[in-house]
Design a protein around this ligand. Structure first.
Ligand code: FEO
Length: 387
């Protein structure tokens, strides 16, 4: 999909979106496609900020040609080496062989591992806080290690006060999809950089003194009108605080008995005015569940015992949360087991390794199906999650 948009008289969006790949990074479902952003800055010198994925190379090259109107490109700035932003370089260099590639020492080390047959001899090696002058436009390079890879840097353009933010502030979804920024940005954030909250906070500290009017990330729309809201969300996410005081219930249920209890608890919480969301981990989007575990202040993990452990999708969820530094939550547990229930203990053991997780006792212990004996546990759980 060809998309050329003027961000200003001098800065042009030359990226493109694709619906071809249904799994971003072979991992995250992207039913609404994905944008691979790239920006051209026209001044005395011409700079291109980042390349694109193989899926959109042809559109990208056409966009660049249209935007250049016969000019040449002086610099290609490689803020992030991950192939969704660099594979396009190979075709690009065939058309613009004299371009100077701008990156750090680590950028070039990592590039050479991906592109073993390319010499990258025409290069400018930058250090943190170096400034590249293009004329009126000046790009200051600010290193952002682990947001999302170690070589990442962002670039602040001081004339138009634009932050080119690499992966930070991105989202899933093609640019022609009119959808809410927050849900898909949160799913992207916790999917991709959720583990690195400390590093995102470190980047925030480096950006604190800058006057930023627009953010141009490598995925998703240009952020301008909703800038304050986006920055607020990122501060909550990076510090592992919850956006919503409510309850999220990820669950698995093989024959529907655990699910019935989940529905009952949902109704009872909602009757008390609590915002509740549920997710069947066998059927609903996995990374939406991961995202919701960070969104809500209280989580109820509900699952069956399976192979003397816990049902696979719940196991996967707990692993994904642990890998992303899940913390600061009040947690309820519902276990089901027909002869030797182990799920509750295993969930507790896993959560005990995480920071600031308060487990509500007693857990709800179902033997095959809900019994009268469960009433006290369910009432207790509802009570303790609403007080
Ligand atoms: Fe969009 Fe970390 O690559």
């Amino acid at each position: 999909m060809k998309t050329n948009t003027y961000i200003s008289d001098s800065i042009i969006y030359v990226g493109a979106s694709s619906y071809e790949d249904k799994l971003f990074e072979a991992h995250f479902e992207i039913p609404n496609g994905m944008a691979y952003n790239s920006y051209l800055i026209l001044d005395d010198k011409v700079a291109l900020v980042d390349a694109v994925d193989k899926l959109v190379v042809a559109d990208w090259l056409e966009n660049i040609k249209d935007a250049l109107k016969g000019r040449n490109i002086d610099y290609l700035i490689v803020q992030h080496v991950e192939p969704d932003h660099t594979v396009g370089i190979l075709e690009f260099l065939k058309i613009y062989p004299d371009v100077t590639i701008v990156g750090s020492e680590m950028t070039f080390r990592m590039l050479s591992n991906y592109f073993r047959d390319v010499s990258f001899s025409n290069k400018l090696i930058i250090k943190e806080n170096d400034v590249l002058s293009l004329g009126k436009h000046h790009l200051k390079f600010i290193f952002a290690p682990m947001v999302h890879w170690p070589e990442v840097f962002v670039s602040y353009e001081s004339y138009e006060k634009i932050l080119f933010s690499a992966d930070a502030f991105g989202k899933f979804g093609a640019l022609d999809k009119d959808e809410d920024w927050t849900d898909e940005a949160r799913r992207y954030y916790f999917g991709i950089v959720g583990k690195y909250g400390m590093q995102v906070q470190a980047l925030f500290n480096k950006l604190a003194s800058l006057d930023i009017k627009k953010i141009c990330s490598l995925h998703g729309p240009i952020i301008e009108e909703n800038l304050a809201e986006v920055l607020d969300k990122y501060k909550i996410w990076a510090t592992y605080n919850s956006e919503v005081d409510g309850v999220f219930i990820p669950y698995t249920s093989v024959y529907g008995n655990t699910e019935k209890v989940v529905f009952e608890i949902k109704s009872r919480l909602e009757e008390k005015g609590v915002q509740v969301e549920i997710s069947n981990l066998s059927r609903d989007d996995f990374f939406s569940a991961v995202s919701n575990c960070f969104k809500y202040s209280k989580i109820i993990f509900a699952t069956t015992t399976y192979n003397m452990s816990i049902f696979p999708y719940m196991n996967e969820l707990l692993t994904a949360l642990s890998e992303r530094n899940f913390q600061n939550k009040k947690v309820g547990i519902i276990e089901n087991g027909s002869w030797a229930p182990t799920a509750g203990k295993i969930i507790k053991d896993k959560l005990s390794l995480l920071k600031n997780i308060e487990i509500v006792e007693p857990i709800v212990h179902i033997v095959s199906s809900r019994s009268e004996k469960n009433e006290l546990e369910i009432a207790g759980l509802v009570e303790k999650l609403t007080n």
